[in-house]
Ligand binder design. Structure first.
Ligand code: ADE
Length: 263
């Protein structure tokens, strides 16, 4: 069971997402628990102010430290009482964080501690949150979003689909992109012809070995074309090496392109 807490000033931004589709199913099956808390509930003043102007001046607002400390303390109190050893793992989505990857998603799936996503907004959060709570900062990519809510959902989604039993077919999560660092092979479904475009013959052949080999080759081809960097440092099986030689010949090159070169 993966357990998550999302601390946010915008609970309505995350609730609809966690109550749909796979995240909903995972919760119904008892494989996932997600709780959403409004940081405003942990403010101390009558107007429930959660942000303020930055010391030193400048544009934008800064999220106050105290409500965040209080929310995390409330969590600690609650879970110490409910389950022994239920420590928290505090995550702070931030463009300054360690890059989120498929490996990271696997680690979140396997985490025994409760995952607490601390969602920042506005121009940032009071530095004393970092100093006092030492959250792990995690980035979902080199671009700036308006807050940590979408990154928290991205991380939860990527981890949840790796829990056995969440996807219909237990093979799906493994056979897809990145499980072994290859992009997907092309998929087709009925009908056999759409706008004059047909389905590759081999997929209609019923020859499982030929289909497996074709899919492997097309996954390698797609990776070779679009993300050659993923092929660079991996150990290739004899079959993969042979398929890649064929692809390189078909694509009009001698050897797979190197990382950084144009694909
Ligand atoms: N908050 C704002 N931008 C972000 C990013 N790219 N990753 C994680 N958290 C963020």
């Amino acid at each position: 069971m993966m357990r998550c807490e999302i601390l946010t000033l915008f609970p309505d931004m995350v609730r609809p997402v966690v109550s749909q589709s796979m995240l909903k199913r995972a919760q119904e099956k008892g494989l996932l628990e997600v709780r959403v808390r409004n940081l405003r509930d942990y403010t101390l003043d009558r107007h429930q102010v959660a942000d303020d102007a930055p010391y030193g001046g400048g544009a934008g607002m800064v999220m106050k430290a105290e409500p965040i400390f209080r929310a995390v303390e409330a969590l600690r109190r609650e879970y110490r009482e409910s389950a022994p050893g239920s420590a928290l793992r505090l995550l702070l989505p931030s463009p300054q964080g360690r890059p989120f990857t498929q490996r990271f998603a696997e680690a979140l799936r396997d985490e025994r501690r409760r995952l607490v996503f601390l969602c920042g907004h506005y121009e940032g959060i009071d530095e004393r949150v970092r100093l006092g709570l030492a959250p792990e900062e995690v980035s979902i990519g080199d671009y700036i979003l308006t807050g940590g809510e979408l990154p928290a959902l991205v991380m939860i989604d990527a981890a949840v689909r790796l829990i056995p039993g969440v996807l219909g077919d237990p093979e799906s999560a493994q056979s897809e992109s990145f499980a072994d660092s290859l992009l997907d092979f092309p998929q087709y479904t009925r009908p056999p012809e759409v706008r004059g475009l047909t389905v590759p013959e081999v997929l209609l052949s019923g020859n499982h070995e030929a289909i497996r080999r074709w899919r492997r080759k097309e996954a390698l081809r797609s990776t070779y074309r679009k993300r050659p960097d993923l092929l660079r440092d991996r150990l290739l099986s004899d079959e993969d090496r042979r398929l890649l030689d064929d692809i390189a010949r078909e694509e009009g090159r001698e050897t797979p392109v190197k990382c950084g070169e144009e694909g």
